[in-house]
Design a protein around this ligand. Structure first.
Ligand code: BGC
Length: 437
């Protein structure tokens, strides 16, 4: 009987990903906190995972190290570091230094995100991404972080999911409302300012640390026609795919803007990424003229709460798309809500198997950051969806390793998915992953 083993390269990075507001707790000085207090989320972030208490955060890093991981992605909270314009909180910077040092001490290579969906309140008062001055503000913030923490940060993400961010604020209206009003026009203006802010941050980091690897965590998802039948559906799926996946990437690549982002050229933007960061969760099947709906064909495999289809082949598609940029690729997020931990083990195996496939074709996938280490605050969805390899009881702050977390530890220690792992954690996958047995 064949006992297949799917091997990963010896320098592969195995990690998990988190974001400041989702884990730190009591980020009272940003727009999300205000949005929560105004009742726009299913529940408030409150103490979250209590990461602003350093020993608690470090204990979670111990847990990441216990998983056999060698990397972790986290974000810095701008409103803690710069609570008022140009006023920097040195104690907050010291605390982040201690956290980053704790990662190094545990053999966890840091990947650090500068902006993950939250803005300081003072920036909101100035119109945040609607105001072209945001480029200078973001550069000032980045410069401070580079000066104080840069020696501890080999990998940087300037922005997390820029297109999702604008979709959720301006169109879906589920994220903090933009001060200048929602809608396409304002949203796309903000996106252009975000591209310019990214370029400014990229050069600020590289000036001091030319060896640093800097990129964006870009959510990529296939848009496909509902039932694949009708030509108008297929045409529409291509338009949405271009707008969601490609327009931002091609702007970063060339420095030139195209529909729908705008027209013209952003100086110093072309080529400002050293790797492609892919956040991959799901795909969308769409009908002509419609934005994605919470509706799927009968029989679709869905995660908790109809969050989305479980579709591992979409990760391969995303990697394949990213290879055109001829840069290293990191899977900067991938995961699912699964409170009862019924689907996560199979999800991990099938998605990592797609990465293995890509690596077998010499596609340069260098690392994987599972979303997430511990259950955390899920934005407008409050605490209703649980993405953690560790389960969290937000009341008691107690953590419990899920079975799927055990599996991830085994995979990351072995640098491989083995036949016994598949048999133990997801026996139903044997016929598809191990054909001929
Ligand atoms: C975001 C995370 C979020 C995750 C799961 C991603 O789009 O970057 O902040 O928690 O999705 O919903």
């Amino acid at each position: 009987m064949p006992r297949a083993t799917f091997h990963f390269p010896p320098d592969f990075l195995w990690g998990t990903a988190t974001a400041a507001h989702q884990v730190e707790g009591h980020n009272t000085n940003n727009d999300w906190w205000a949005w929560e207090q105004a009742g726009h989320t299913l529940a408030p972030s409150a103490a979250a995972c209590n990461w602003w208490d350093l020993p608690t955060a470090v204990a979670d890093l111990d847990r990441a190290a216990d998983l056999g991981n060698n990397a972790h992605r986290l974000s810095l909270e701008w409103s803690r570091i710069e609570p008022e314009p140009s006023v920097f909180d040195e104690a907050a910077l010291d605390q982040y230094r201690a956290l980053l040092q704790a990662m190094h001490d545990r053999g966890l290579e840091p990947m650090v995100t500068l902006h993950h969906f939250t803005n300081p309140l003072w920036l909101v008062e100035k119109g945040d991404f609607q105001n072209s001055l945001v480029v200078d503000y973001f550069q000032r913030f980045t410069k401070k972080v580079v000066e104080r923490l840069g020696d501890l940060i080999p990998k940087w993400v300037t922005f997390n999911e820029p297109v999702v961010y604008f979709y959720m604020r301006h169109l879906a209206k589920l994220f903090p409302a933009p001060t200048d009003g929602a809608g396409w026009v304002a949203g796309l203006r903000g996106l252009r300012h975000m591209l310019a802010s990214h370029a400014a941050a990229y050069h600020t980091i590289k000036e001091k640390y030319p060896q640093a690897q800097v990129g964006v965590a870009k959510q990529l998802r296939p848009f496909e026609a509902w039932t694949n039948g009708r030509a108008p559906d297929r045409w529409w799926a291509r338009q949405l795919g271009w707008g969601f996946n490609e327009a931002w990437m091609q702007a970063m690549q060339t420095g030139s803007l195209r529909w729908p982002i705008g027209r013209g050229h952003i100086p110093h933007l072309a080529g400002t990424f050293d790797f492609v960061g892919i956040n991959y969760y799901t795909r969308n099947l769409v009908r002509f003229g419609q934005l994605p709906t919470a509706e799927w064909p009968a029989g679709t495999l869905l995660s908790d709460d109809n969050y989305g289809e479980i579709y591992p082949a979409g990760l391969y598609w995303a990697i394949h798309y990213a290879t055109r940029f001829q840069k290293p690729i990191y899977i900067t997020e991938n995961g699912l809500p699964d409170h009862a931990d019924k689907q996560r083990a199979a999800f991990l195996i099938t998605h990592l198997h797609q990465i293995w496939r890509a690596i077998s074709f010499n596609y340069p996938v260098m690392g994987y950051y599972h979303w997430s280490l511990v259950d955390n605050f899920e934005w407008e969805r409050g605490w209703s969806q649980r993405f953690g390899l560790y389960e969290l009881n937000p009341e008691t702050q107690e953590r419990t390793l899920r079975d799927s977390g055990r599996l991830y530890a085994e995979i990351s220690r072995a640098y491989a998915i083995t036949t016994p792992m598949i048999e133990r954690y997801a026996i139903h996958l044997v016929p598809t992953l191990l054909p001929g047995r």
